[in-house]
Design a protein around this ligand. Structure first.
Ligand code: HEC
Length: 140
């Protein structure tokens, strides 16, 4: 019994540290990742930014139960082919994106951003819908 409690405490601590690290990444983005980050900010961040109330982040938190970061920008396990599949086909209430919205070149740049080493990605993309999230968190 005692070891179960200790294991739970260690797991909670590890989870807390992982969460803190997710939120702590700051600094500049490598110049060659800027285009992909801009694509992410425009098309993906409204659902996938590191905010637990957003549709994508919320769904992935529940799908993986914390085993991988809920925010896509904090993941290191994404493969370009997998991202491309979801972007072109959608899933659940994530819409598919047409090449007229996200071109193949932009998708390649997006993939470069989402698969780059974490320390090259810089701070998470700016959440363009921040005001909306703010309003909702204030209950309006
Ligand atoms: C309208 C909200 C919304 C937008 C916009 C959106 N997504 Fe999603 N996305 C979701 C939801 C919700 C899921 C999880 C669905 C599920 O499996 O329950 C998801 C899942 C994913 C997954 C699967 C991850 C996994 O491990 O299962 C990837 C990859 C992904 N999105 C990438 C993107 C990218 C890249 C963009 C921008 C081009 C984007 N999404 C835009 C809502 C969105």
């Amino acid at each position: 019994m005692r070891s179960v409690v200790v294991a739970a405490a260690v797991a909670a601590l590890a989870f807390g540290v992982a969460q803190a690290q997710d939120g702590m990444r700051t600094g500049p983005t490598a110049p060659d990742l800027a285009e992909g980050k801009a694509v992410f900010a425009k098309w993906c961040a409204p659902c996938h930014a590191p905010n637990p109330g957003l549709a994508g982040t919320f769904a992935l938190q529940h799908k993986y139960d914390g085993k991988v970061p809920a925010a896509l920008e904090n993941r290191t396990d994404l493969q370009p082919a997998l991202v491309a599949y979801f972007v072109r086909n959608g899933v659940a209430w994530m819409p598919p994106f047409r090449p007229t919205e996200i071109s193949d070149a932009q998708l390649a740049a997006l993939n470069a951003y989402l698969t780059a080493p974490l320390d090259q990605r810089g701070a998470p993309a700016e959440l363009l819908a921040e005001e909306m999230v703010q309003l909702r968190s204030e209950g309006q």
